[in-house]
Write a protein that binds this ligand. Structure first.
Ligand code: UDP
Length: 470
């Protein structure tokens, strides 16, 4: 580690950030932009025209530059004008969408060439091709995945030991080789990784990204060391590149207080607080696709639970037209707009979060000290849910009707666990634990904390490296 003072040198440091075009991948990178700007570092964010307004608005109070590059047009499968995964008609188009970004490479390299003195690049794990561009130009590339160390390390261990191919069924429990206290099932993994003999375009895509990750300088993780030390240590003693815990990134931005005019849901939460009522926040992220039958069970479960709830739905999840909203009017609010999730989680009245366990949502809930009712749906969310409930113990899990982790959730299994989280003994325990973990998260990001130091050391190291002529 070079002993260079980052504060003194930072005026000469320029970092280029290239987030992937989905909200869950972009938002943490925008928080990272703030962390760099706090250190008086120049930041340029690369994006596409349709993603520019969101990014510009998110960072409107900062000096970050945003550089839009054209998104490939006339693609056979991706409707014109769609430049982010949350706008895709179906997530089955994900790999084609991600592969289409490769066509941005010439523009991206032109941009890198035209920007002054780039110290390093941070680009998303789904933009693996950027490692070639960076290496052509001699720029170190750091990769950002959006996954925690638990999910990264366990996925790698399970793949390396071929544990999923030895099972008789998707729900047969097995023990993770390097972490024998952890029992999982094949259903905790997503196809194609859960396939006995994985292949096909999605598997090819994952392997490409894994290769470009190993060729990168480091892997930035939106987590903090004390949350999952054994997984960070294991990963760092077994694989390249280094796992660098620099989060929770959301803490880079102060929570907005009393934004005016207040959105109607904040007004509603204020009223609930005045009445002395607690509220369950319900949201399943920007990408999960929920069947109509499952949406119906959620409605019945929430209605029967008798709790107050604020449910943020995706626009696509239209009203089922059965009078539900009218019936729960006194104690349930349904919102179909983009909300500031952190503002909701930070509201005094919010005492629980029914979540799909996208990693950003988990981290934001921990930082707000709100316990989680986990209902994983896709991607690595099943592993996140295991981590939340079994490892860090800041949540409980919804009950599926057959006990399988991917089983259908009937209203009874939801109602029971909503009550448990909001009023039960287990709820009390996880509520107490999330307060402890929330404090630890804050300490990690404060001056002198583990994440604060990790980022400073990284900047120092790369800056010193770039000063040495090649
Ligand atoms: N989010 C938000 N408002 C919304 C929907 C989502 O602020 O109306 C944010 C949320 O706070 C989180 C991100 O979008 O930062 C979603 O990421 P996550 O990993 O939780 O789930 P994903 O959408 O990627 O499945």
């Amino acid at each position: 580690m070079a002993s260079v003072d980052p504060w003194r040198l930072s005026n000469n440091i320029h970092v280029v950030l290239f987030p992937f075009m989905s909200k869950g991948h972009t938002i943490p990178i925008l928080h990272l932009a703030r962390l760099l700007l706090h250190r008086r570092i120049t930041v340029t964010i690369i994006t596409t025209p349709a993603n520019l307004p969101f990014i510009s608005a998110f960072l409107s109070d900062t000096s970050a530059s945003v550089l839009p590059l054209p998104f490939p047009d006339n693609l056979p499968d991706i409707p014109s004008g769609i430049e982010s995964t949350d706008k895709l008609p179906s997530m089955s188009l994900f790999v084609r969408f991600a592969n289409a970004t490769k066509l941005m490479q010439p523009h991206f390299e032109q941009a890198l060439n035209s920007l002054p003195n780039i110290t390093f690049l941070v680009s998303d794990g789904f933009l693996g091709w950027t490692v070639d561009s960076a290496s052509k130009l001699g720029i170190p590339r750091l990769v950002y995945y959006g996954m925690n160390n638990y999910a990264i390390t366990i996925s790698a261990d399970v793949a390396q030991n071929r544990l999923l191919s030895k099972l008789n069924s998707d729900d047969e429990p097995f023990t993770v080789t390097s972490f024998p206290w952890i029992q999982l099932t094949r259903n905790d993994f997503e196809p194609p990784l859960s396939d006995p003999d994985p292949n096909g375009p999605k598997f090819g895509f994952i392997m490409e990204q894994a290769k470009s990750t190993t060729e990168s300088y480091g892997l930035l993780v939106n987590s903090f060391y004390d949350l999952e030390p054994q997984f960070v240590d294991y990963g760092n003693s077994h694989w390249q590149p280094k796992l660098l815990c620099i989060g929770p990134l959301c803490l880079a931005q102060e929570l907005k207080r009393k934004s005016e005019p207040k959105p109607k849901w904040i007004d509603w939460l204020d009223r609930k607080q005045e009445q002395g009522s607690s509220v369950l926040y319900v949201a399943f992220g920007s990408q999960a696709e929920i069947s109509e039958a499952q949406l119906h069970e959620i409605e019945v479960g929430l209605e029967k639970s008798m709790v107050n709830f604020l449910w943020v739905m995706k626009k696509k999840e239209e009203e089922l037209g059965n009078g539900f909203e009218e019936r729960v009017r006194e104690r349930g609010l349904i919102v179909r707009e983009w909300v500031d999730q952190r503002e909701i989680l930070g509201h005094e009245s919010v005492k629980g979060f029914l979540s799909h366990c996208g990693w950003n949502s988990v981290v934001e809930s921990i930082c707000a000290k709100v316990p989680i009712l986990t209902w994983p749906m896709m991607a690595e969310q099943h592993l996140n849910a295991r981590m939340v409930v079994e490892e860090i113990k800041v949540g409980v899990r919804v009950e599926t009707c057959d006990g399988s982790v991917r089983g259908f959730v009937k209203w009874e299994g939801l109602e029971k666990m909503v009550k448990e989280l909001m009023e039960g003994e287990k709820g009390k325990m996880v509520r107490k634990k999330v307060v402890e973990v929330g404090h630890a998260a804050k300490r990690a990001m404060e001056e002198g904390g583990s994440s604060w130091k990790e980022l400073n050391e990284l900047i120092n190291e790369l800056h010193a490296m770039r000063l040495v002529p090649h």
